[in-house]
Ligand binder design. Sequence first.
Ligand SMILES: [Zn+2]
Length: 109
Amino acid sequence: MNKLRALKEKRQQIINKSPSLKKILRSTISKYYLTCGYKKCWCHQGKKKHGPYIYLSAKEKGKLKMSFVPKELIKEVKRGVKNYNKLWDDLCEIARLNREILWLEKKKR
Ligand SMILES: [Zn+2]
């Protein structure tokens, strides 16, 4: 197999396996432990606090936006963040392959 074909095939494989744009989330996942409003609660004794509560934080229009993540969404949120990172890696790799392909095609002309 020639190099150009191999590169194009590799590129196509990455495109095929790339996460859907509909399933990406850009965010940092943070865990918080908090005290509640009830002063007599055990959480005010200083040993343990309520939590963990999962928050997403991401910059939107220059401002840091925090969103509380309900328990039932944690799995999906984590997957979304993973997808975002994967897609970013894929973009870099595709851009690199595109350059190699362009150069090789130019040489052939
Ligand atoms: Zn409490």
